[in-house]
Design a protein around this ligand. Structure first.
Ligand code: FAD
Length: 504
């Protein structure tokens, strides 16, 4: 047992420097709270990190970035950076995504809302009215969110204040909170192919179809892409975390890399007066509060004794399961492989029945179409990734693992030639990541993208906020409200810091 009068190492220790962890830390530091971030890897960012090879700068994961708008309240990345006097140059993406779907359904989602509605209406002329009504309902959600300050829903003074400032927006959100997209889409749309399109519109970020996708998240995504827009950070997605980490240090916070936390030490176990963490080196650190930016499974099953799993977490695990991880191809290609007028983001699906299956849907990002400096002159980066489960990659010896990677990568390249016929002939560099890579470098259990509902739930109602049932332990990031995506985890970071600051 550690002594009763141990010195505190910080007011708040944050485990992990993903965007969720960094937004929490910067918000706290900006309020003058002493914060220490412990990151197991050598750079910040987690799934929003980067790596460099042969003159290419690859994004690890995210590259379709919301939250960089310059108006409203939902531009949380802009706001998080500004809180620590940081700003990023961003490049507007004219098309959110170009879908290549079964039945020759080829749709580009234009940054301009009217253009998008027109394009979709031209493809489904008998559903023009329903299309507008459905997407306009998403705007209703967005307008409510975008008119209030987004902080902790666990803090009653904030709830009272925001309710009195904007009662209609709050009541609107309460109405949509337990709803999913599927039922609302079916209220206005009946064409089965168009409903499939709404499914894939959800799937590409929620990794579940419309029936399981909360309306609050859809309101954000389907409207903000036309409001703040999709904007790519100049220099690559990794710059966001680098700037937040710089801002954190300038605001008086501290970040330690190569600092892997192996245990959270709750007061109930140590008998101490403060909560602590133990590092892989054996070092023990104490703080008044600890925030875990690791996934809930990592936090409650690996960093805390599994047998102490709180009943609230057991209930959560009955409602949510791990989504698959990804098979990722990071390609460097000569510019002849990609037409100059191609969109930056593409989604490929050959058969609707395959949408949710292992390696069914392929996501493609070509960020060099927006920022050519991420590759050598006359070259592009292509990041193609497709959902894949750890079970497909476990128990293989090194030779079998390498062979399976090669075969799977070949299949993805072949499918990509459907939209980029010159790709294979212009390949210059290839790196293949699997769920094992995601687990190893991101520290995420089974490399999962995050939690998804096991069945149809009541919208976002059962997604936990930041407080946990372990005293002084909080969670932040994609396994807390409102879920995955950089702007979503930034939301969770704002909420967590607000809750902590109000209790410290
Ligand atoms: C392939 C892919 C594509 C994506 N595309 C997009 C996209 O286009 N747009 C978008 O908005 N989102 C996208 N996402 C999702 C988005 O990247 C994530 O939802 C978000 O980055 C998660 O942030 P986080 O802070 O919750 O956690 P993470 O990014 O997982 O960060 C957690 C951090 O904690 C550290 N850590 C974990 N355990 C410990 C420990 N024990 N000790 C110390 N440190 C620890 C990790 O090393 C990591 O740095 C994508 C994700 C992937 C994988």
């Amino acid at each position: 047992m550690i002594g009763q009068n141990q010195q505190l190492d910080a007011d708040v220790i944050v485990i992990g420097s993903g965007i969720g962890g960094l937004v929490t830390a910067t918000q706290l530091a900006a309020k003058g709270i002493q914060v220490l971030v412990l990151e197991r890897y050598i750079i910040p960012g987690g799934s929003a990190g980067f790596f460099e090879r042969d003159g290419y700068r690859f994004d690890v994961g995210a590259s379709m970035i919301f939250g960089f708008g310059d108006r409203g309240t939902t531009n949380l990345l802009t706001r998080a950076l500004a809180a620590v006097n940081m700003k990023m140059e961003t490049i507007p993406d004219p098309v959110q995504v170009h879908y290549h779907l079964p039945g020759d359904l080829d749709i580009e989602v234009d940054r301009d809302y009217e253009k998008f509605i027109q394009t979709l209406g031209d493809r489904f002329p008998h559903e023009r009215e329903g299309i507008r009504k459905f997407y306009d309902t998403c705007w209703q959600v967005f307008n409510c969110l975008n008119s209030i300050e987004l902080l902790s829903l666990e803090e009653w003074r904030y709830l009272m204040r925001v309710f009195f400032q904007n009662p209609f927006a709050c009541l609107g959100l309460v109405k949509f909170l337990p709803q999913n997209v599927g039922a609302i889409a079916r209220r206005y749309i009946s064409d089965p192919l168009l409903l499939k399109f709404i499914d894939v519109e959800c799937y590409i970020w929620s990794v579940v179809p419309a029936d399981k996708t909360p309306m609050i998240n859809a309101g954000m995504v389907f409207s903000d892409r036309h409001y703040g827009g999709i904007n790519y950070p100049k220099g690559g997605v990794g710059k966001i975390a680098e700037k937040l980490a710089d801002g954190l240090i300038k605001a008086g916070g501290e970040i330690r890399y190569g600092a892997r936390v192996t245990q959270i030490l709750p007061k109930s176990i140590t008998g101490d007066r403060s909560i602590g963490v133990k590092l892989a080196t054996g070092e023990v650190l104490h703080a008044r509060k600890v925030v875990s930016n690791a996934t809930r499974w990592n936090t409650f099953e690996q960093l805390l004794p599994k047998e102490l799993l709180p009943s609230r977490e057991k209930r959560w695990q009955n409602d949510y399961q791990q989504s698959p991880s990804f098979l990722s191809l990071h390609l460097g290609v000569k510019s002849a492989a990609i037409p100059a007028d191609a969109a930056c983001h593409h989604v490929l699906l050959a058969d609707w029945a395959e949408m949710e299956k292992e390696q069914g849907t392929i996501f493609v990002s070509i960020p060099t179409l927006l920022d050519p400096d991420l590759a050598p002159p006359d070259h592009h980066i292509v990041h193609a990734f497709t959902p894949s489960y750890m079970s497909e990659w476990s128990g293989l010896d090194p030779a079998a693992y390498a062979e399976q990677k090669e075969i799977a990568a070949g299949r993805v390249v072949e499918r990509l030639t459907q939209i980029f016929p010159n790709l294979e002939a212009n390949l210059d560099y290839q790196e293949v990541g699997t769920p094992r890579t995601h687990r190893r470098f991101l520290g995420r259990i089974d490399g999962t993208y995050g939690p998804v509902p096991r069945r149809k739930l009541l919208g976002l109602l059962s997604m936990p906020f930041n407080r946990t049932s372990v005293p002084d332990l909080y969670c932040v990031g994609d396994s807390t409200f409102p879920g995955q995506g950089l702007n979503a985890v930034a939301f969770s970071g704002f909420a967590c810091a607000h809750l902590l600051a109000s209790s410290l």
